[in-house]
Design a protein. Structure first.
Length: 255
């Protein structure tokens, strides 16, 4: 949902201030009803919005893609040095952009879209969406090392902390057997640069491999490295709900 005056401005009807004046003058209808209240929330994908009886110009259709990013690809749209980017793996006509980033050496779930409003809600640091990683580290971390990761470690003046760190046990189709390493499940809300790698190195267990398997409500599932797919309708709804919920949680002070 977005404010009506913002939707009008984005559609090119008028500037934000001029759009507010159109609303005050009773020249805007939503689903057949005249709207004069400022700040009215609308969904441009579902609500019928008219100005002086004329429908808004159709907005660009939103596209949502989940990619299993392999190692060696940059999470950018282009690279001045000619290195491969995640867009090289896609065959999507729409111009879409990565939502956040994964390091060039990291793998896993990467969301790409042309929905700018949703991207802002999902990437702004204040909203802190939950992310889950499967991490192969050197050696076998003991209980003390795992507690340190959850309590937080100081790295280069930053306090880095995970919400949950557990050892992954049993077999799984995506985890190969290792001789001198341990697979960890790491869940966190923070999104600092190379955070998981820096945290694990700080407790003496450098990362060999890092795979993001979940971002908010989205799960990577059985998508193979380099493969991609469009999100389902239910996944898009869940993602939008996640963005709005987190925004509301930050906007309303806790009592």
């Amino acid at each position: 949902m977005e404010r009506l005056q913002k939707v009008l401005a984005h559609a090119g009807v008028a500037s934000r201030r001029a759009s507010e004046e159109l609303i005050r003058q009773g020249r805007v209808q939503v689903n057949g009803q005249v709207v004069t209240q400022m700040g009215t929330q609308v969904d441009p994908a579902q609500d019928e919005i008219r100005v002086d009886g004329h429908p808004l110009p159709l907005a660009e259709s939103h596209v949502y893609v989940m990619l299993n990013k392999p190692q060696g690809y940059l999470s950018t749209t282009r690279d001045p040095h000619g290195r491969p980017t995640v867009l090289d793996l896609l065959t999507v006509e729409a111009r879409i952009y990565p939502v956040g980033r994964l390091d060039v050496d990291s793998e896993g779930l990467l969301l790409l879209t042309n929905d700018g409003a949703l991207t802002q809600r999902l990437t702004h640091p204040r909203y802190a969406h939950e992310k889950e990683y499967w991490v192969l580290v050197d050696g076998r971390p003991n209980a003390q090392a795992l507690r340190r990761l959850q309590r937080g470690v100081e790295v280069e003046g930053e306090r880095l902390q995970a919400d949950e760190v557990t050892v992954l046990r049993g077999s799984h189709w995506r985890r190969e057997p290792v001789v001198n390493g341990t697979w960890l499940k790491v869940i966190l809300h923070q999104g600092r640069k190379r955070q998981v790698r820096r945290m694990c190195a700080a407790v003496g267990h450098p990362v060999q491999r890092l795979i993001r398997v979940r971002f908010g409500p989205l799960r990577l599932g059985r998508l193979e490295p380099g493969q991609w797919r469009h999100l389902s309708h239910s996944e898009v709804i869940a993602l939008r709900k996640e963005g709005l919920t987190k925004a509301h949680e930050k906007a309303v002070p806790k009592s």
